[in-house]
Design a protein around this ligand. Structure first.
Ligand SMILES: Cc1cc2nc3c(=O)[nH]c(=O)nc-3n(C[C@H](O)[C@H](O)[C@H](O)COP(=O)(O)OP(=O)(O)OC[C@H]3O[C@@H](n4cnc5c(N)ncnc54)[C@H](O)[C@@H]3O)c2cc1C
Ligand SMILES: NC(=O)c1ccc[n+]([C@@H]2O[C@H](COP(=O)([O-])OP(=O)(O)OC[C@H]3O[C@@H](n4cnc5c(N)ncnc54)[C@H](OP(=O)(O)O)[C@@H]3O)[C@@H](O)[C@H]2O)c1
Length: 378
């Protein structure tokens, strides 16, 4: 059977190093070994991986539940297994879920039930409550409640795979998938916490040893232009840089004649200029016709990628008018929205379009009709 999401390949990490200096940020470059898997990918694709929970958290939860871990539980589509295995590899336990609150309610005295009902009716308060608690925190609030292993297993959600944009071109790194990953860490209720997948990779994976279940998530849209004579503008702050390293490697390999313009943003030039040597070498070789950087914390006022776009508005417009493709990767909630607005402003200011025309040009012409404005945002 071919490897894929339903049958993920047990890969190892063959190399891992920090992309930031002086520990200012936990962003790492990982090289995943996929030799012998038959997995194939192209620049623009993502890799999916199935993380496992922290055994220390599993132990703490077992203690809280008064369970041994040897109990047998049955999970939908996965069948029977020990409770410990379910907690380690199949159930989301590092964050809580509203699904848990219904069975919890049935175990509470009526006063507490009312409080929980009120919480369930208030979406914002509920999100805030769930966002900062795991099941240990919730059970700490209701010390008299008891869940059996089977009840608990049926009351929480499963683990979903995490996606990461691939930072390598397959022809340049055969048998390898490169990734750029920022580790999620925070502190709540006097415990240090980490994102499930990023904590797993950063803290519990031994290079060359630990098996990680992976699959390729291909993209149909986020691809380099088929006709390599088209210019490309790539906006990738933070981990958003990942697919553009792959694009540039691929364009170099293809001998693409179109120009490449990269706009990268991070905190500090000295410590967080990820892949600086590669990018400056590509600038010298001419592969990068233009490289702009926005280091947000090198001065008192924030400088972001959209500011660099606006400053170079005339050239951006000229490139777009010449048929350039425009790519954005990284944070969906803030950065991508601001870059989108910057593009509309540029069309207005430098293209002489009205507010409405500029909006139409970006949202319809570029994005939908010509499919030259492509995003990989998360
Ligand atoms: C197509 C695609 C490509 C992607 N590519 C990349 C990539 O190249 N590199 C990369 O690093 N990521 C990438 N991501 C994001 C990645 O998939 C994960 O979402 C990310 O790594 C976090 O996963 P996690 O399991 O570590 O965190 P999770 O366990 O899923 O936790 C993340 C959650 O933690 C929450 N959180 C953060 N801080 C706090 C806090 N202080 N208090 C409470 N909650 C908090 C956030 O709300 C967030 O929802 C991509 C996502 C997609 C969809
Ligand atoms: N869905 C997700 O899970 C998700 C998505 C994206 C990022 N994140 C979280 O963010 C952390 C780092 O992510 P990352 O490495 O990709 O970097 P990032 O946080 O996106 O930061 C990269 C650069 O973008 C800047 N920035 C902040 N707001 C911006 C805006 N509105 N427009 C343009 N640029 C902006 C940052 O500046 P300043 O920080 O100085 O303001 C920084 O210089 C991770 O811990 C990750 O969990 C999570």
């Amino acid at each position: 059977m071919e490897y894929g999401r339903k049958n993920p390949f047990p890969a190892t990490i063959k190399e891992a190093y920090s992309l930031a200096r002086d520990d200012v940020k936990e962003t790492f470059h990982y090289v995943i070994d996929i030799t012998g898997s038959g997995l194939e990918y192209k620049a623009g694709d993502s890799i999916g991986l199935f993380p496992r929970n922290d055994p220390a958290l599993v132990d703490a939860l077992l203690v809280k539940l008064g369970a041994s871990g040897d109990e047998v539980v049955e999970l939908k589509r996965k069948g029977e297994m020990s409770f410990r295995e379910a907690l380690e590899s199949h159930l989301t336990i590092h964050r809580s879920n509203r699904k848990f609150l219904k069975p919890l309610m049935t175990k509470l005295p009526s006063d507490d039930q009312q409080g929980l009902e009120q919480l369930l009716a208030d979406r914002t308060a509920l999100d805030q409550y769930l966002n900062v608690r795991d099941y240990i925190d919730i059970l700490n609030e209701y010390p008299d409640v008891h869940f059996t292993a089977e009840e608990f297993a049926q009351s929480v959600g499963g683990i979903t795979p995490r996606l990461y944009s691939i930072a390598s071109a397959p022809g340049v790194h055969p048998g390898e998938v490169h990734l750029t990953i920022a580790v999620v860490r925070y502190h709540n209720f006097e415990r240090d916490r980490a994102g499930l997948a990023t904590g797993f990779i950063a803290d519990r994976v031994t290079v060359g040893e630990t098996r990680i279940l992976v699959f390729i998530q291909p993209t149909r849209e986020f691809v380099i232009p088929e006709n390599s004579s088209h210019d490309v503008i790539m906006v990738g702050p933070g981990t958003g840089i990942a697919p553009f390293r792959a694009f540039l490697e691929q364009r170099e390999l293809d001998g693409a004649t179109g120009r490449n313009w990269l706009i990268f943003g991070e905190w500090f030039e000295k410590t967080t200029f990820f892949y600086e040597e590669e990018f400056t070498a590509w600038q010298e070789s001419g592969l990068l016709a233009r490289l702009d950087t926005a280091f947000s914390r090198d001065q008192s006022e924030k400088v972001y990628v959209q500011h660099r776009l606006q400053q170079a508005g005339a050239e951006v417009w000229e490139w777009l008018e010449g048929g350039a493709y425009f790519y954005v990767c990284g944070d969906k909630d803030y950065m991508a929205k601001d870059v989108h607005q910057a593009l509309i402003d540029i069309a207005r200011e430098h293209g002489g379009l009205s507010e409405e025309e500029a909006d139409y040009y970006v949202n319809r012409t570029l994005m939908k009709e010509e499919k030259r404005y492509l995003r990989d945002v998360y």
